[in-house]
Design a protein. Structure first.
Length: 322
């Protein structure tokens, strides 16, 4: 994990250094466009803070040191501290990502099992058709359709995570309940494609396990069908799904960017897009590092969960240790 994050930090720093000029050049240009004179003392402070008068390698290590101490720099666009901006967006992004992942697995696993145990039935064909439709439908298009239907037939707006009167209100139980009411739409929209893909994976792996000799033997011995399914085939068939957590988290985050713009969600995706378009270097680089950290943590969780659901992995580890 540490080696991976080190490599990611180097790439993020390259993103920061990629635009022509440095942070001060862009900052001075923005001030001039607003008709504001540059403050020499402020510029000197920023130059010392980021080591902009030092070689690139020194700047990288200074930036890494600032990352460790959570000094992520200032946003060029808003002049806010990046840590404050991320403090508002990252928790909401993590919450939506986590709930979307739970929704995806909670829907995909039982439907995939049912489709596999009722192969070539009407239900199986229906699930397969809906799965292909879910895979083929862009999330932002589904968001637009739901917003149109909600506005046309229900007369309500389903955009955002809060009602207009709750956006600037202080945190309270009423605001929390308003947030909970707005969460299902983004969770369903963002999780549709992932759910459809995991249903296909679960169905295929379950069909593969149900044809194996140990299942046929257990059935011939009269083992109850439900006990047979959940004791062995399901536990093995779920392994490929658990291993997808590592790539599912970044896929959800990257896939929700356009959806978040359509639904007006205050998450990290639109913020990263805006930062890149405005060459807001420290904000963009910090977001890349944070999202990469979530990806690496997701991969770690995936490995740990695999060891929990599959005893063979634990046995291999013990054998290797011995």
């Amino acid at each position: 994990m540490l080696v991976t994050l080190l490599g990611i930090s180097i790439l993020a720093f390259i993103v920061i250094q990629a635009p022509p000029g440095d942070y001060l050049d862009i900052y001075i240009q923005q001030l001039r466009e607003r008709g504001i004179e540059t403050d020499r003392e402020e510029l000197a402070g920023l130059e010392a803070r980021y080591g902009l008068n030092q070689p690139v390698l020194v700047q990288y290590f200074k930036w890494m040191g600032n990352l460790i101490t959570l000094d992520l720099g200032k946003s060029l666009a808003t002049q806010q501290e990046v840590i404050d901006i991320l403090g508002e967006r990252v928790p909401l992004t993590a919450m939506i990502t986590l709930l979307t992942t739970v929704f995806t697995f909670a829907v995909a696993i039982p439907i995939g099992i049912f489709a596999a145990t009722h192969q070539y039935s009407l239900t199986d064909y229906s699930v397969s058709t809906l799965g292909f439709i879910g895979l083929a439908t862009p999330n932002f298009l589904l968001a637009l359709i739901l917003m149109f239907l909600a506005s046309r037939w229900l007369g309500v707006s389903i955009g955002g995570l809060y009602s207009p009167e709750m956006v600037t209100a202080p945190f309270s139980l009423a605001k929390l309940w308003d947030l909970i009411k707005h969460l299902p739409v983004p969770i369903i929209v963002v999780g549709t494609a992932g759910t459809a893909a995991l249903i296909r994976i679960m169905r295929a792996t379950m069909l593969d396990e149900l044809r194996k000799q140990y299942v046929i033997t257990a059935r011939s011995k009269g083992v109850e069908e439900q006990r047979l399914l959940f004791k062995y085939p399901v536990r093995i068939a779920v392994n490929p799904l658990v291993s997808t957590i590592g790539w599912l988290l970044p896929e959800i985050i990257s896939g929700e960017t356009v959806t978040a713009i359509v639904l007006s969600l205050p998450t990290v995706g639109p913020l990263l897009l805006t930062a890149l378009l405005q060459q807001d270097m420290y904000l963009a680089g910090s977001i890349i590092v944070v999202l990469s950290l979530l990806t690496v943590v997701g991969t770690l969780l995936s490995d740990l969960l695999l060891a929990v659901v599959d005893p063979r992995i634990r046995m291999e580890r013990k054998a290797a240790a011995a």
